[in-house]
Design a protein around this ligand. Structure first.
Ligand SMILES: [Zn+2]
Ligand SMILES: [Zn+2]
Length: 298
């Protein structure tokens, strides 16, 4: 349980980098509607899966933040690169922000709780203060494991490079339709899908476990994010690689991790099930364990 509030992010100024990026990408998404082709649509769909399931779900979230399974380093780096394609920042800021979210979930210090406003939790929290709302001390404190990995530190600094490279390739391959759909439309929809995990799944949906936060299981967000919408399950068992615990809770990212396990590329896979007894004390222990694991050399 959080005992002292993390000072809320520096909110005294507009974060123009985020604001301009959001405006440009939303404008590009609207422009894409005038350049529709089926090949461009399927390119966008494929990149949507690569960036949100391989990148955010399996990479940034379940692997880098919660260490819910252990793959070879090259898989970890590949998934991290896929994560940058979602344009949600580099792994260091994403993981640090998310570990802080779990520590203070829906309490003072949570970077994006709907208790501070639904639109705040959806996107406004990124439009004020510095780019990530994290300080270097927070990086060192919450993500020492990532800070010690030169590649992940480099990728965090140049997280926009893989997306820029993919954009150039798409433009050369299929012109404006591929660029607008594969980058601008796909990134914008992906951002809102991920943001819904921070906003909607903290106030709309069902609660299977009596967690101390407002987390919910939400089918719509579960489908849009390849399994991240089973957020009440996730807050109950943060280190479980599996978020959709019931047979009807489709969790594509869990299927990806199961596939890696089946071919010998994922070890020490941690899972909860729908029958796992929820205890608040166990959740607290799991949160602490995430931070403890993160502070070991890996
Ligand atoms: Zn949450
Ligand atoms: Zn999490």
């Amino acid at each position: 349980m959080a005992t002292s509030a993390r000072p809320l992010a520096r909110q005294d100024q507009i974060n123009w980098t985020s604001v301009i990026a959001f405006i440009v990408f939303h404008a590009g998404a609207v422009a894409a509607l005038f350049f529709f082709t089926w090949p461009a649509f399927f390119v966008a769909l494929a990149l949507y899966y690569v960036s949100l399931s391989l990148g955010i779900g399996m990479g940034y979230h379940r692997l880098l933040t919660h260490r819910s399974y252990v793959p070879p380093k090259w898989i970890e780096y590949f998934l991290a690169i896929c994560g940058t394609l979602a344009l949600e920042g580099g792994p260091l800021s994403w993981v640090t922000t998310h570990r802080i979210h779990h520590k203070y979930s829906d309490q003072d210090g949570d970077p994006h709780s709907p208790n501070d406003g639904k639109w705040w939790s959806h996107l406004l929290w990124m439009t004020v203060g510095d780019a990530t709302n994290c300080t270097p001390e927070e990086y060192r404190r919450y993500s020492p494991d990532l800070c010690r990995d030169p590649f992940l530190v480099w990728l965090s600094k140049y997280f926009w490079v893989p997306l820029a490279v993919v954009g150039v390739v798409l433009f050369a391959w299929g012109g404006w339709p591929f660029l607008l759909w594969g980058i601008f439309f796909r990134v914008t929809v992906g951002l809102h899908s991920t943001w819904m995990v921070n906003s909607l799944t903290h106030f709309w949906g069902s609660r299977r476990f009596a967690t101390s936060d407002g987390s919910r299981n939400n089918l719509l967000v579960g489908l849009l994010t390849f399994g991240e919408g089973w957020h009440n399950n996730h807050h109950a068992f943060p280190t479980s690689a599996r978020h959709g615990l019931a047979w009807y809770e489709l969790d594509i990212s869990w299927m990806g991790i199961r596939f890696l396990k089946a071919i010998g590329l994922a070890k020490a896979v941690r899972t909860a099930s729908v029958d796992t007894k929820f205890r608040e004390s166990a959740t607290e222990a799991a949160r602490e364990k995430t931070l403890a694991v993160s502070s070991q050399d890996r």
